[in-house]
Design a protein around this ligand. Structure first.
Ligand code: 6CS
Ligand code: FE
Length: 262
């Protein structure tokens, strides 16, 4: 069971890295499912500009092993304690960040996408990143600014209106030219106040991070993939209030039934 001290660290920093949560055997089994997922063309898949696979969304909706893992006690217990309520899976994705091909993720917060595009009421939401490969300083680890989750939705860096023409919405939500990125002055302020941390760790580690923390990652400069499964858990007390033109189900889960631990 996660300690009160670790919960307090999470609320202060905006993230918590848990090492060796899942075994090598469990991680190997998850990785062996991936070729089947990638066989067919699907709107769940997002490609890099160089044509390589970037992400696969909603994996819990199409693969039983990933669904089971997303409901595992080792994840649900700490997340319920942090969000102080029953929880459900709001979104899952596998980010592949392929060796020498995986592109960057610009500095952004996740909650603006769920608030503005889906109508999520509050940032009582967090993501659990399960490391499917070893994450090193060379293959594009997640970078975060500790404490940056405490100031709500940051002002954006880009002209949001420019995204209405041309760029397909899905690309602007999931590609390497994101719609909602953090204003550079705020990034400089965040860096001055709290610097940047790099969440390196062995396969099987789990990084819990707040929906409003500033984060991003570099391109993958190593030949080793940096595959991660990111499960976003929402409090059942945090309604999503957009009913017309809702984003696709693989980005915005409709089933808000509380998770029953496997
Ligand atoms: O649009 C979304 O839901 C996704 N996009 C980003 C940049 N982060 C949150 C989420 O995975
Ligand atoms: Fe993100």
């Amino acid at each position: 069971m996660i300690s009160e001290q670790l919960i307090s660290n999470y609320h202060d920093q905006g993230f918590l890295l848990l090492n060796s949560v899942f075994t090598d055997k469990e991680i190997d089994a998850l990785n062996q499912e991936l070729p089947y997922l990638l066989e067919d063309e699907s709107p769940r898949k997002v490609k890099e500009k160089n044509g390589e696979i970037r992400s696969y969304y909603g994996v819990h909706q199409v693969n039983e092993m990933y669904k089971q893992l997303s409901c595992d006690k080792r994840l649900i217990d700490p997340v319920r304690k942090i969000l102080e309520s029953e929880i459900y899976i709001y979104q899952t994705k596998i980010n592949f960040k392929k060796g020498l091909k995986g592109e960057w993720w610009e500095w952004h917060q996740d909650f603006p996408y769920w608030k503005i595009e889906d109508g999520m009421e509050s940032p009582r939401v967090l993501s659990a990143m399960v490391y499917l490969d070893d994450v090193t300083e060379f293959n594009g680890p997640l970078l975060m600014m500790p404490g940056s989750h405490k100031h709500g939705i940051a002002s954006f860096d880009k002209d949001i209106a420019s995204f209405e023409n041309g760029v397909s919405d899905k690309d602007s939500w999931t590609g390497s030219d994101l719609k909602y990125t953090v204003n550079k002055d705020l990034l400089a302020k965040g860096f001055r106040e709290n610097a940047i941390v790099s969440a390196t760790g062995k396969a099987g580690s789990v990084l819990l991070f707040h929906g409003n923390i500033y984060h991003g990652s570099n391109c993958n400069m190593s030949p080793i993939d940096r595959k991660t499964l990111i499960i976003t858990y929402n409090s059942v007390e945090n309604p999503v209030k957009k009913y017309e033109n809702r984003r696709p189900v693989f980005l915005s889960e409709r089933n808000t039934e509380p998770i029953v631990v496997q």
